[in-house]
Design a protein around this ligand. Sequence first.
Ligand code: FE
Ligand code: FE
Ligand code: ZN
Length: 285
Amino acid sequence: MMLRVGCHLSSAGGFLKMGKTAAKIGANTFQFFTRNPRGSRAREIDPEDVRKYLEFAGEHGIGQLLAHAPYTLNAASSDEHVREFARETMADDLKRMEYLPGSMYNFHPGSHTGQGAETGIKKIAEILNEILRPEQSTRVLLETMAGKGSEVGRSFEELRAILDRVELQEHMGVCLDTCHVFDGGYDIVEDLDGVLEEFDAVIGLDRLCAVHMNDSKNPLGSHKDRHEKLGMGQIGEEALARFLNHPKIKGLPVYLETPNELDGYAKEIAFLKRARQMQEATGSN
Ligand code: FE
Ligand code: FE
Ligand code: ZN
């Protein structure tokens, strides 16, 4: 099965620039922030840039993209102004995403800031119900979180509870971040099968649409959310390669968010491709 793999790229130069960078580092997809990660104004979409990008992507086999919402949005906040900003930003992002039909849009569910996870869950689902449109072609992904502070989405149960409250569930999915789940206490090193079985039982693997592939600076269950380069952290190359090639993960697009410059990303992409080829050659996990 062809590996769809890429990394997070700066969107400062537009889509064609990102496409060219992706091709240069051996990627066939990429992730990008829809706007400044701290959540300010979005740059105007240039339809000509998008058209040129799509042509380039077609020629170079670059496929389905993953957009990432600014991580400062908080749909679960106790402050209604903060929630209004999240609502407006996400609605605007989703409108703009239709320039690239069939893409995915990942966001951090939010932090309940002391109100309790249950209230946070309700508030997040409420905003999703306000912004999702039946006709949209973008799938909105909840990211699995490390459980830093009062983050909602630290367990599969919390993500399930959000999904359960969303009306247009066909537009929803989940993005699994290997650093976050490990940091959140799911042992993908010693018990990968068990973790994926639990994901399937609680959320359903049919909801899993993308993977953030990161090593973790901190040990299992630290709830700190510090990404590390592949093989330099507590998860390790072997466990990450096993994750990549697990039969339940194999068909999913994989995005690196490791602390790297482009040459570091190129090496990690090459590593993941090699790991996949080796697995295909030996037919084992
Ligand atoms: Fe994220
Ligand atoms: Fe992530
Ligand atoms: Zn993270």
